[in-house]
Design a protein around this ligand. Structure first.
Ligand code: FES
Ligand code: FE
Length: 457
């Protein structure tokens, strides 16, 4: 898929916008050679373009159906930097409503979560149904005699869809269907979440915390960065909470599967020795999974491989690895989902859900929850490691010295002629597979997708 040569970025006469255009031109020129400007990780104008052309255009994950099971349930979530109410209306339909009153823009909902049939704006008490429809206002008969209520409902995402209980929304009326957007990544979502016909549930509320990093550092890392694991996270093995750092990271058993759409994953063959069974789960859990909806090929994948991380472009991440909160104890496989909410070019708010199988015992799900928190989350040992190093990219992008000297970052691992790590010609399942998780081909695919989006008006 080609990247448009020119941008019609609307303010090219403006010096800062010209800088963004130059930045994009340099990326078009250098990305195939695995070179990215440091400036891509800190630029307010570029960030505005990302909000407009990526977050307001692509499908975004906004939460789990299991978080709002009953009619009237709602929760507040973000797409890009905009807050939305994710509401299940009285007919059970899930709505994604812009949390801004049509009178003066005040939020119509301030509680993080709850159950209601209507939202009343605090400012002048305009009232909206949980479908988003305008429902009334004080002194309506005398104050708004000719107001046509159908013109004044809450703005809403034009597309909302779910897959395996994960709710996605797209703000662009012309967006493709969710299935088209996911492409062949959908095949792997089925294999990962469809292991049990009854599916997965969120254990507890999502955790949230702010980190001073650029959202792309988290996305590219979750998609494919096995290279950092034995180095940055070595202490996890040393203190006995992560079983085999080489196997979990860049060791011979890990490789990539990725897609031109910028989705991708790290997959592992045989993460742990028996008695681990399907996708790394112990027999007492995997016996209850009964994945009757999977195709023979998907079953073959789940018997032989474990997806340890994935990214759905732009900002939904998953991690499924074995770990323990009790140093030296046997690990438990946990699954968590992360939505990376951008908040300016050098801050994110992480949203973390730990997932459990409906068919697994409470004991297993609780242990998975605790193991996940020990590794990831605000107090997780791995997340603390990651946050410290990811701060470097926006700081470099912001540096006057780095800008003056056009500082570049190296993404050349796995380029033809550079490394031994290439495409696996034997791979017959969907996507492009590599021979090792050490390469950076998926990261280059991620930035190519990113560049295509921000180059397209
Ligand atoms: Fe909401 Fe006035 S701003 S009623
Ligand atoms: Fe990490």
């Amino acid at each position: 898929m080609s990247i448009p040569e020119t941008t019609t970025h609307s303010e090219t006469s403006n010096g800062s916008s010209q800088r963004v255009d130059e930045l994009m031109q340099s990326m078009r020129r250098d990305l195939d050679q695995g070179i990215l400007p440091a400036r891509a990780f800190f630029d307010q104008d570029l960030h505005e373009l990302e909000l407009e052309r990526i977050f307001a255009r692509c499908w975004s994950f906004v939460g789990l159906e299991s978080e709002i099971p009953a009619p009237g349930d709602y929760m507040l979530r973000y797409i890009g930097e905009d807050q939305f109410i994710i509401a299940r209306d009285e007919d059970g339909v899930i709505r994604v409503l812009f949390n801004k009153c049509l009178h003066r823009g005040a939020p119509v909902c301030r509680a993080e979560k709850g159950n209601t049939s209507h939202f009343r704006c605090q400012y002048h008490s305009w009232l909206y149904k949980n479908t988003g429809e305008w429902s009334g206002a004080p002194f309506r008969r005398r104050a708004y005699k000719n107001l046509d209520s159908k013109d004044w409902g809450l703005m809403a995402a034009p597309h909302v869809d779910s897959v395996h209980g994960l709710i996605f929304a797209a703000l662009d009326a012309d967006a493709p269907t969710l299935d088209e957007y996911l492409g062949e990544m959908r095949w792997y979502l089925d294999a990962i979440f469809g292991l049990s016909d009854q599916g997965m549930i969120s254990i507890g509320e999502p955790q949230r915390w702010r980190v001073p990093v650029n959202w792309k550092s988290s996305a590219e890392n979750a998609m494919a960065d096995a290279y950092h694991v034995p180095s940055l996270h070595r202490s996890g093995e040393e203190v006995g909470v992560f079983p085999d750092i080489e196997a979990g990271g860049a060791g011979g058993s890990s490789f990539h599967i990725y897609f031109d759409q910028g989705h991708g994953m790290i997959t592992n063959r045989g993460f742990l020795p028996p008695p681990w069974d399907k996708a790394g789960f112990p027999p007492e859990v995997s016996e209850g999974l009964e994945p009757s909806t999977l195709t023979p090929q998907q079953l073959e994948y789940t018997m032989n491989y474990s997806a340890t991380t994935f990214l759905i472009f732009p900002n939904l991440e998953m991690i499924r690895v074995p770990a323990t909160a009790h140093p030296g104890a046997a690990p438990t496989v946990f699954t968590y989902l992360r939505m990376v909410q951008p908040d300016g070019p050098n801050a994110i708010v992480n949203w973390n859900w730990t997932l459990g199988w409906k068919t697994a015992s409470d004991e297993f799900n609780n242990e998975a929850y605790i193991s996940g928190l020990a590794m990831h989350g605000p107090a997780g040992i791995f997340d603390q490691d990651d946050a410290v190093v990811w701060e470097g990219a926006p700081r470099a992008g912001k540096s006057a010295f780095a800008r003056k000297n056009n500082m570049k970052f190296n993404y050349q691992l796995g380029l033809d002629g550079m490394s031994d790590y290439g495409v696996d010609p034997e791979w017959t399942l969907p996507g492009i597979a590599t021979t090792s998780a050490l390469g950076e081909a998926p990261q280059r695919a991620f930035y190519k997708r990113w560049l295509r989006e921000i180059s397209t008006p």
